[in-house]
Design a protein around this ligand. Structure first.
Ligand SMILES: [Zn+2]
Length: 213
């Protein structure tokens, strides 16, 4: 089977989306790109994560043409492709409907760095404007909003994260959801203290250093 290793990883991390509380039902999606082959493995549309087999993970080229897999690719294939075109270093995209990040996205808020782990995404988590799911307009808005960031909130929708590996993109999504939860909880009892841009610069420098080890 073509790209069996990548398809297995997509299957495994799809299950982790559910067990990690980052999505419900068949919501969200994820993909893994093999740049040497110019192909990405992406979750199929509308299939329960625990029913997905490696053979059901869909293979698509960078122009969006389906190469293998019995079903349709995720309805958000467009923003996966837009992100891979826009970011030469990205090889994985994770999209969630995780509850706290999505709560902020429904308020049309960005996520400021009340917790330093926002640094997984950058100096903050920006907000992409609302467009109907699965549209080219949403794909373009996501790619534009994420320039300079590894994650974005999607207005009235959810969260997107990228990484240079699938575990890394998944970790970005997890940490952003954690930071969104902490920010939300802090807002319910007081006014969270936001880290300064200098403090976040120090965090980002340490994260970059850690990534090189
Ligand atoms: Zn979605």
């Amino acid at each position: 089977m073509r790209m069996l290793k990548q398809r297995r990883l997509v299957m495994e991390f799809g299950r982790k989306l559910v067990t990690g509380g980052l999505t419900t039902g068949s919501g969200g999606n994820l993909s893994l790109l093999d740049r040497s082959q110019g192909l990405l493995a992406i979750t199929p549309s509308g299939v329960d994560y625990f029913d997905i087999t490696p053979g059901q993970v869909v293979l698509v080229d960078l122009e969006g043409r389906q190469v293998d897999g019995p079903g349709r690719p995720s309805s958000e294939l467009g923003f996966h492709l837009a992100l891979y075109r826009d970011r030469p270093e990205a090889t994985a995209v994770v999209h969630t409907h995780s509850p706290y990040a999505t709560t902020l996205a429904c308020l049309h808020w960005e996520l400021p760095p009340a917790h330093y782990l926002v640094g997984f995404a950058g100096a903050k988590v920006p907000l992409a404007p609302y467009h109907t799911y699965g549209t080219p307009e949403l794909a373009q808005a996501v790619a534009q909003t994420m320039r300079g960031y590894n994650a974005a909130l999607l207005a009235n929708h959810g969260l997107v994260a990228v990484g240079n590996t699938l575990p890394r993109a998944f970790a970005v999504a997890e940490e952003v959801e954690f930071a969104a939860r902490v920010y939300y909880q802090a807002k319910t009892v007081g006014q969270p203290k936001i880290l300064s841009s200098k403090q976040m610069e120090e965090v980002l420098a340490k994260f970059a250093d850690y990534g090189r080890q």
